[in-house]
Design a protein around this ligand. Structure first.
Ligand code: ATP
Ligand code: MG
Length: 700
């Protein structure tokens, strides 16, 4: 039920007196029903209401010309749900005048304004979603001698318009502006996870509206972001307030993807087990976001992948519960941990560090920090010990693990977690450490693409990056191969070391594989199960049906889906589940852009499901410009050493026997042997990789 506003003179007396705590608590109780302030709320409110503006600032900006309203700038760092809004809502009620609140999302503004109105507090927001009539009503109130409005919520984009700034300047000149609150202030910083260019322009507020205190509020604790926010908003001698990031109502748990049969199904069940909840799932790549969102939707969970353009709309829908799950690409949320993901991230960050070490020291420092943060994250997942303690440590807080009170998996089920960690170490031992036992050889020409951006982490500025890159070579194997390639360019010794390392790794792999094979009753966690394949086929069928409008001249049925799935399976059967899933995601994405012609060509060049034998990669080469599966991950076979392999004269020929594939060691040894041959044949042999590719493309 709505309440009348508490008359100001009853609460605060005249403006000139410092406002006492009791008066502010009275306001808090009357309007919000909270018994007392929590954390640093009161300090923040005192600062913006009564703290002095530094003398030099007054001199420099000639603020004495304006009616001095008092108040000190404040930077307020409180965790999500910590109660930051009160820090500017109470000042709006404690003084005559208006508090201007800058907020990044229309849904956030709407929610807050509705909640304030229900409490009898006069608040409005201005956004493009409003009618002209509504806007004019607000402007009329602002233009009147004594506006009734206490809080006005606006977007940073509106602030950037000259028309709105002119209105603000008038309100300011009439002495009606009390405080400027910049909510979600980390959006100012390019170091933050949610940079909004229009936030960067908010420093204009300081220049156009001098003498008005500014309070910046955020839950993002990274020191670099804090510094950036303070500098970018031109906060003057701000009171910096930081609250603890311990959230006793959050339970932390890590689920190990490598120990799960099907992480997607596990996630579906997990979300369903909580009923009608809102959730955010963070993924490494955009393709995975889209694919997971599709998978969840197919399982009856309304969800949306978060991409650049639709970002605000999706978040708005999520906040208003129209969408249950948002799948986004930022680390550190619910966490499903997979060693493959870890290696992928390690590669991406390592590469960025290498590149940035050649550029400015600032950039170099930031990428090293990213790498250090990432290592911290890996430790969080792979080391025993309280998760809460580790999270707080990363925010610079030293706490006892007793604080956790068994509200993380490591404290509640220490034995289970140690067992998982042991299993994880066993399951992934052949993939971890300095070497890798998964051997992938990529063709020489593939190595040349190292400058291409093949992950959004390298290409985040370019939202419109080519779809072909988006959907193709995003596998660990490619990345590992590129690492090897990079090293090979820099030093001959290094490549020798790398080759030896890979040979050793391969031996370990086969040794461990033999052991695994011997234990017939032991389940291979990375195997691609029949169920997984069935669900894969269904996903492809659904994706094709979703895009049916573009394939109107094609008959889309389960056979087409089986063909695509079968092709993917044939190629990734040995690489394992995670590669298979990743490639399936790529195909789904490809289906969302491919033309009817291309799909028909691709399907036409494939053999039917399961029973027939396919030349590995044949379908890929049939239409290299449009295929989602650029054959960068290939076991390269040297024609000479493989004993005269016969390639099909044309790829329209479906069923030919696959060539025998050499192991890495066999390949290297045969290459060494060929190096001892006369120079003409040596060159031919050492160029085997490139030759093989040329040979294949010749037939397309
Ligand atoms: N002093 C208080 N006592 C009790 N509850 C409070 C107090 N201050 C705020 N709250 C409640 O805490 C909840 C979160 O507040 P608020 O939305 O302001 O948090 P926030 O820090 O802005 O979070 P976010 O980072 O998600 O924006 C609200 O339900 C609010 O009513
Ligand atoms: Mg908030």
């Amino acid at each position: 039920m709505s309440k009348t506003a508490l008359p100001l003179q009853n609460v605060c007396g005249t403006e000139k007196k410092a406002i006492k705590k009791e008066s502010l608590v009275k306001l808090l109780r009357w309007h919000f029903g909270h018994s007392d302030f929590r954390g640093k709320q009161l300090e923040a409110i005192h600062a913006v209401l009564s703290g002095p503006i530094p003398r030099f600032y007054l001199r420099v900006h000639g603020l004495l010309e304006f009616r001095f309203r008092g108040g000190r700038d404040c930077f307020c760092l409180m965790p999500t749900g910590g109660g930051k809004s009160i820090c500017y809502q109470i000042p709006a009620l404690a003084k005559q005048g208006i508090v201007l609140v800058v907020s990044p999302l229309i849904a956030l503004m709407e929610n807050q304004v509705t909640a304030l109105k229900e409490k009898g507090i006069s608040a409005e927001f201005l956004s493009s979603s409003q009618t002209l009539k509504d806007k004019n009503k607000i402007y009329e109130d602002l233009g009147s001698g004594k506006p009734s409005l206490r809080l006005l919520y606006v977007t940073p984009e509106l602030i950037a318009t000259s028309g709105f700034m002119a209105r603000l300047t008038k309100i300011h000149a009439r002495g009606l502006l009390n405080l400027i609150a910049i909510d979600e202030a980390h959006c100012v910083s390019t170091w933050g996870h949610d940079f909004r260019p229009s936030y960067r322009k908010l420093s204009s507020l300081r220049h156009h509206l001098p003498g008005i205190p500014v309070i910046a509020l955020t839950a993002t604790a990274v020191p670099k972001v804090q510094e950036d926010v303070i500098a970018s908003l031109c906060l003057q001698n701000p009171l910096v307030l930081k609250s603890s990031f311990n959230r006793s109502n959050i339970y932390y748990e890590v689920r190990y993807k490598d120990l799960l049969d099907d992480p997607y199904s596990d996630l579906c069940n997990y979300i369903k087990s909580y009923g009608d909840i809102c959730a955010i799932v963070y993924c490494l790549e955009r393709t995975t976001c889209d694919d997971l969102a599709l998978h969840l939707s197919q399982n009856g969970i309304s969800s949306a992948g978060l991409n650049g353009k639709l970002r605000s709309t999706i978040l708005d829908n999520w906040l208003s519960s129209k969408t249950q799950v948002v799948v986004a690409t930022v680390a550190f949320g619910l966490l499903y941990y997979g060693v493959d993901d870890c290696r992928r991230m390690q590669f991406i960050l390592g590469n960025a560090t290498k590149k940035k070490s050649h550029s400015s020291s600032l950039e170099d420092g930031s990428s090293k920090k990213s790498l250090a943060d990432f290592r911290q994250m890996v430790e969080y997942c792979e080391e025993p010990g309280c998760r809460r303690k580790k999270i707080l440590q990363s925010f610079g807080e030293e706490v006892s693990s007793l604080l956790c009170a068994k509200s993380c998996d490591a404290c509640r089920h220490p034995n289970v977690v140690s067992k998982y960690l042991e299993e994880l170490a066993t399951t992934t031992s052949f993939r971890k450490g300095s070497g890798s036992s998964r051997i992938y050889i990529s063709s020489a020409s593939d190595f040349n693409v190292e400058e291409r951006h093949f992950s959004e982490f390298w290409n985040r500025d370019d939202e419109a990056s080519g779809s072909e890159e988006d959907i193709s070579d995003s596998d660990d194997a490619v990345e590992m191969a590129k690492t090897a390639a990079h090293s090979s360019k820099t030093s001959g010794r290094k490549i020798q070391d790398k080759i030896e390392l890979l040979q050793r790794a391969e031996e370990n792999y086969y040794r461990s594989k033999n052991n695994t094979d011997k234990q017939a009753n032991k389940v291979d966690k990375n195997a691609i199960s029949g169920t997984l394949r069935d669900s894969g086929k269904q996903r492809l069928l659904n994706a094709m049906k979703q895009n049916q409008h573009r394939f109107s001249d094609l008959e889309i049925d389960s056979t087409s889906a089986e063909k695509l799935e079968n092709d993917c399976y044939k190629k990734y059967e040995k690489s394992g589940k995670s590669f298979y899933l990743s490639q399936m995601a790529s195909i789904v994405r490809w289906l969302s852009t491919v033309s009817s012609d291309e799909l028909s060509k691709r399907l036409g060049n494939m053999v039917g499901p399961v029973t027939e034998v396919v030349t590995p990669g044949a379908a890929d080469y049939s239409s290299p410009s449009s295929s989602p599966i650029v054959p960068v991950v290939t076991r390269v076979v040297d024609e000479k050493v493989s004993g005269g392999i016969q390639f099909a004269a044309s790829f329209s020929q479906d069923t030919i026997l696959p060539p025998p594939i050499l192991s890495f060691s066999e390949f290297i040894n045969s290459r060494k042997a060929s190096e001892n041959q006369p120079s003409s044949s040596k060159r031919q042999s050492s160029d085997g990789v490139r030759k093989d590719l040329e040979k294949k493309t010749k037939y397309k």
